[in-house]
Design a protein around this ligand. Structure first.
Ligand code: FES
Length: 64
């Protein structure tokens, strides 16, 4: 179980801990505004704000 706070709401999702945040947002929570682009951390399509910093959500939370 992974606990997140997204857009001011606490959420818990049952995913493996190495699941990329992008897939949690899109596939588990249905938040599809964030897109998958290059998968190489170069295009910025998967960018989200985490604690005020722009981060690539294609990475798993374990390395974010
Ligand atoms: S998919 Fe291109 S930077 Fe994330």
């Amino acid at each position: 179980m992974v606990a997140l706070r997204i857009n001011g709401q606490s959420r818990e999702v049952d995913v493996p801990p190495d699941t990329p945040l992008l897939f949690i947002l899109r596939d588990v929570l249905g938040l599809t505004a964030t897109k998958l682009g290059c998968s190489l951390e170069q295009c910025g399509a998967c960018t989200v704000m985490i604690d005020g910093e722009a981060c690539r959500s294609r990475r798993s939370l374990q390395v974010a």
